[in-house]
Structures are given as C-alpha cells and as structure tokens.
Design a protein around this ligand. Structure first.
Ligand SMILES: C[S@@+](CC[C@H](N)C(=O)[O-])C[C@H]1O[C@@H](n2cnc3c(N)ncnc32)[C@H](O)[C@@H]1O
Length: 370
C-alpha cells in the first residue's frame, strides 16, 4: 500500500508542472512567424489545463483578436482525480455565483471564449465564461473527446504519465497540435513511427533543451539553476505537426575530411568515424559533426531531432529494442557479453581502441536526402 501511495505521489508530482508564459509565447510565435494566419478562424482547445491561472489560457485569451481565433476552449481536471490533498478553491471560483462546493472537488471545469460578453467591443480575457464539466475533465472522457472533435488545434502541456495516450488521442482525431513532452518520448513505439514519417516533429523548443516549470513540489535543481516555486526539467521539447521555419533550415555542416581536421570535438578531430560492428553505419556522437559528404547511414543522438530538416536528411529508424531488430541490427556474439555485460540485441555496438565492445547512447539512424 505504501508503495502504491508513493507511486501515486510521484505520478501526481510529475503531472503537476505548469508552463511559463514566455515559453508558450516563444513557441507559438515561431508558428506565427512562419504563417501569420495559422490560428485565423480556428477553434483552439487547451485540455489538461487549469484555466483560472494557466498561462496557456491567459496567453490565448489575451491574443484572441490578434490571432483571429474563432473560439477558445480550455478545460481542467478535477482536484480529486488529480490526487491532490492540500487544496482550496480559488477566490475566482468561490466568489462566483456558479460555485458548487461538491462539484469544485469532483468535476473538471470548462472555460469558453467566443463572444463579446461584456459588450466592450473587444474579445478578450474578460469574456471568458466558465462552468463545471459533467465529469472530471479527463481528456479520455466522451465529454472532452467531443471538445477535441470540435477543435482545429490542440495545445497544452499534457500529464507526463499519460503522454503516449495523449498523442494517440490527438492522432486518432487527426488534429493539429502543439504539446510539451520529454525528448525520451521519441523512442515510444507510439511516437517514433510518426516522427520517422514526418507526421510529427519537434517544435522550436526551450532554450538549451531545458526550462523551469511552475511547481509546488521541491525542486532538485542545482543552486545555480534554482528558482523559488519552480522545478527545472531538462530534455524537454515541444512536439507538433504545425510547420515552422526552423525545420526548413539545413544544418551547416563540414565534409568528413574537414571534420577530422577541424572539428571542435576531441572525439572526432584527428580520429576517424567509428563504424558499428552489427550494422552498416557510422557513429556520429554530435549533430554538428555530421559529415555532409557521407552517403551512408549515420547514428546520431536523439537531440538531432531539434535540428532535423526533412529536406536535408531522412530518418531511417531508431536503434532500440524491437525497432533495432526490425532494422536488421545483428545480434551481438554471446562471447562478448563477458567484456561488456550491458550489450543488448537490437542496440548498436562498436569495438573500442582496447578491443572492448561499447554501446553508444541511444541513436537515431539517418541518411542524407538523396
Ligand atoms: C503538466 S500539467 C500542465 C498544466 C498546464 N497545461 C500548464 O502547462 O500550465 C498537466 C495537467 O494535466 C492534468 N491531468 C492529469 N491527468 C489528466 C487526465 N487524465 N485528463 C486531463 N487532465 C489531466 C494534471 O492535473 C495537470 O493539471
């Protein structure tokens, strides 16, 4: 029982990170720079939100007219379902004529902006209307699914623990979206095929691949990165299927010969690129060391996706588990296990200068676009 409580607390903690206004603004501006009409005439749904104080709701309500939105809907998840114990309704809710002490705990809320309610001739945050949902606001409920189906674009930072389900929920309804997730989600079997086939991609991202989220939980960031009331998360990215300019900018790269002569990475300079033992490809441990004149397959870190330009490269696969086996990565000879017990079938390995088999970090396999 204690373990279940601990697991629940951990899930709740990981699911209750709130996104900063400027992170939302930076990302959304990238889509607007590419297509100023990207939101014009559209219904935008912000599910898994907390509209009373969410920066997503605030940002889109404030920019309703500028973006030319048709309708903004945001929904929240009931406090009781969140497994939060220490909680009080906001003054906004408690002072409202619609306040219901029971529903306040058990029901989700919906906020809608599509009319000039106060008649001031503007559509803005003051025109948001709210009510309780029939259910708890679970994105998987029929009630929220109906809102999804009504929407053109879905934007949120979904619960970390339900990321796979959330992506499937969007894709089954064939909607445009912009959502926060972790870079590691790239390897999920529900996500990688979509990336490989250019059906979804990384957004413009967080500066340095990390950001702070608003959180009441104890931060574990080092002193230099600590911000009161916030939690630092690295490896965080935006996933989307809306186009932006960065993904059409090819990476500036050198030839293999120049990399070996001039690369800033000591692993490359004065050396040669390592060839894997169990797959016909070279290892490229840094995206900026990809040799532009190499026509074969290359293994690159997952962070390459942040720089991926589909006109420059194609994605061949991911060297992990069943996907690696399906790509034809040869099983490692069993006698090597005593030299490196971490070897796994479906993963790449090479032999280092001392004759020891080594596994690179998780690799995505790419090839120059022919
Ligand atoms: C990572 S937080 C992000 C909140 C907000 N979108 C933001 O970024 O400011 C995820 C939110 O989803 C809620 N949530 C968790 N499980 C959910 C579910 N099954 N359906 C809907 N919302 C859920 C959490 O309670 C939390 O409020």
């Amino acid at each position: 029982m204690a373990n279940t409580n601990l697991a629940n607390a951990k899930t709740a903690k990981n699911d209750e990170f709130y996104t900063q206004y400027h992170d939302i603004q930076t990302e959304i501006n990238a889509y607007l720079d590419y297509n100023p009409d990207v939101f014009r005439g559209k219904t935008v749904l912000l599910p898994c939100d907390d509209p009373e104080w969410s920066n997503f709701t605030k940002f889109f309500a404030q920019n309703f007219e500028t973006f030319g939105l048709k309708k903004l809907i945001s929904t929240s998840y009931a406090v009781e379902s969140k497994r939060i114990t220490d909680w009080q309704p906001t003054l906004f809710e408690a002072d409202s004529p619609y306040y219901d002490a029971d529903k306040s705990r058990t029901n989700g809320k919906i906020f809608v902006l599509d009319k000039d309610i106060n008649g001031d001739g503007r559509f803005n945050i003051k025109d948001l209307q709210w009510s309780y949902l029939e259910g708890d606001g679970d994105f998987r409920s029929d009630e929220v699914k109906a809102l999804r189906d009504e929407a053109d674009i879905i934007i949120t930072n979904p619960p970390f623990s339900l990321f796979r389900e959330f992506v499937a929920w969007i894709m089954e309804a064939n909607k445009q979206f912009v959502i926060v997730g972790h870079q590691n989600a790239v390897s999920y079997k529900e996500v990688f095929p979509l990336i490989k086939n250019n059906l979804i991609w990384f957004g413009v991202g967080f500066k340095g691949g990390a950001t702070h989220f608003i959180s009441n939980y104890q931060d574990i960031a080092t002193a230099g990165n600590h911000i009161e009331g916030m939690i630092r998360v690295s490896g965080v990215v935006w996933f989307t299927n809306i186009d932006h300019g960065r993904r059409h900018e090819p990476l500036p790269l050198m030839t293999m010969e120049d990399n070996i002569l001039y690369s800033k990475h000591k692993e490359i300079r004065g050396k040669s690129y390592i060839h894997y033992e169990n797959y016909n490809a070279i290892d490229v441990p840094f995206s900026d060391a990809i040799p532009i004149d190499y026509d074969g397959i290359m293994g690159v870190p997952k962070s390459f996706l942040d720089k991926y330009c589909p006109e420059q490269f194609e994605i061949v696969g991911i060297a992990e588990g069943d996907s690696g086996k399906a790509l034809g990565l040869k099983p490692y000879p069993r006698e090597l296990k005593k030299l490196n017990p971490s070897l796994r079938d479906g993963q790449l390995y090479y032999i280092d200068e001392d004759g020891i088999p080594q596994k690179p970090y998780a690799r995505i396999l790419i090839r120059k676009k022919q």
